[in-house]
Design a protein around this ligand. Structure first.
Ligand SMILES: Cc1cc2nc3c(=O)[nH]c(=O)nc-3n(C[C@H](O)[C@H](O)[C@H](O)COP(=O)(O)OP(=O)(O)OC[C@H]3O[C@@H](n4cnc5c(N)ncnc54)[C@H](O)[C@@H]3O)c2cc1C
Length: 396
């Protein structure tokens, strides 16, 4: 007789997706046992994850809301020729809060603590041997009812068919009150250098602010000089040039415009590993939360089928998100990329914006993003020609 699995869930990768799955399972299946494995010394890395509150499924609010660290009733965008306040509630969770809340599931303090339910092991890389077995540090094999691959983006060189969104963010403590109470999600300078670039501003408290430089480019490297210049300009405008730098985060997200070949790893995959992220915005939260909910609510023998059919139902939206990346990286000139975003915020009413970010957009929402007045810069001949030079599926 086969021995009983040691754990109900084996989650490999303790980043955003892995920790969200742990929280969703702990909430919906309080008796389930969870093994959470992270190769670095700490869960969650060093991130500030923002999202529109309308991204979240109602069913997730019970376990997700306690993770939220900051909330704002809306945010601003600012482009040459357009400034707009978007009244969609916006929020953030920090890696510190997610880590603390996840460790509370292991035992110790906090209302969610139920000792023994979740075992978290860090500092050890592990291998997924099958849909139910993981191997720790090249030695111990542990069997689980289901193994979930949350290992993030595969390491390796840059595949064809992607552009990149690169970030460098500095969090500051300011001596005087920061002048803005709400985030500015895109502050687009007039002189666009090579590609689309903007400053992202997140007031995290009266004397705390995260200023993040973002660039959409063909290359994954961040332009550090330009980032320093734009961030320094904003600090000076806010009369906060002497602000104290307390944290830096940086990174690079791929923006694929060609479909990835199907995930063929041995286990069910979520987050970046399983394509559960919004390819056009780079925001992971809407789809990572949806994946966590699907896993935690599915009948044990139906998890793969339910996740698979949810992904298939979303297939057209994923295709449209890639098409938008193609529009950005192949069909408009780098110097004109910013105009696509300005048009988006100029023509779309809030409910359409909310559905787009939440990856729940309709056919009409999609059509309005690219068709109609003013034009989205889609030259028909360039569009037709681009098919000839389009790379094939991106290997994952
Ligand atoms: C600077 C920056 C800002 C961002 N801002 C936002 C934002 O505001 N909102 C948003 O929604 N998204 C944002 N994103 C995107 C988001 O961070 C990622 O998409 C998200 O982290 C992906 O989640 P994941 O769990 O799939 O991968 P990760 O968070 O990368 O987690 C994968 C984890 O698996 C671990 N791992 C890998 N291999 C193994 C192994 N063999 N054994 C054990 N562990 C392993 C890794 O160490 C890592 O901890 C941002 C990204 C960056 C870079």
């Amino acid at each position: 007789m086969k021995p009983a699995p040691a754990f109900d869930f084996g989650i490999v990768g303790g980043g955003l997706q892995g920790c969200l799955v742990a929280h969703a399972v702990a909430w919906h299946q309080p008796e389930a046992t969870i093994l959470l494995l992270e190769r670095t010394d700490e869960l969650c890395g060093n991130h500030t994850w923002s999202f529109h509150e309308t991204d979240l499924a109602e069913g997730a609010r019970g376990w997700f809301d306690p993770l939220i660290t900051h909330r704002w009733p809306g945010y601003r965008v600012s482009f040459p020729g357009l400034s707009r306040r978007v009244g969609i509630p916006y929020a953030t969770i920090t890696a510190d809060r997610l880590r603390e809340a996840t460790l509370a599931l292991v035992g110790g303090t906090g209302p969610a603590a139920r000792p023994g339910r979740l075992v978290a092991r860090t500092g050890e890389s592990c291998e997924i041997l099958s849909p139910t077995v993981v191997r720790l540090g090249g030695a111990d094999d542990i069997s689980c009812r289901v193994v979930i691959d949350c290992r993030g983006r595969a390491a390796g060189g840059s595949p064809g068919g992607v552009g990149y969104q690169t970030f460098i963010g500095h969090e500051y403590e300011t001596a005087r009150r920061w002048p803005a109470a709400e985030p500015t999600v895109m502050d687009v300078p007039v002189d666009q250098a090579d590609g689309f670039e903007f400053l992202y501003e997140l007031p995290l408290g009266p004397d705390r602010v995260l200023l993040e430089y973002t660039r959409f480019h063909e290359e994954p490297a961040c332009d550090e000089t330009r980032a320093t210049e734009l961030i320094a300009t904003r600090l000076a405008e806010a009369d906060a040039a002497s602000a104290k730098l307390i944290r830096t985060e940086r990174g690079c997200l791929p923006m694929p415009y060609v479909a990835a070949s199907r995930h063929d790893g041995p286990a069910l995959a979520g987050g970046y590993a399983g394509d559960w992220y919004h390819a056009a915005t780079g925001y992971s939260m809407p789809l990572a939360v949806r994946f966590a909910e699907l896993v935690a609510r599915a009948r044990p023998d139906r998890i793969n089928a339910e996740v698979g059919s949810a992904a298939a139902r979303d297939g057209l939206r994923r295709g449209f998100a890639r098409f938008l990346n193609r529009l950005l990286f192949c069909l408009v000139r780098p110097a004109d990329r910013w105009k696509i975003f300005r048009r988006f915020y100029r023509v779309l009413p809030e409910p359409r914006i909310a559905r787009f970010y939440a990856h729940r957009f309709t056919f009409t929402d999609a059509a309005r993003i690219v068709v109609g007045w003013p034009p989205a810069g889609l030259a028909p001949i360039r569009f037709a020609r681009s098919f000839v030079s389009l790379p094939r599926a991106v290997p994952t």
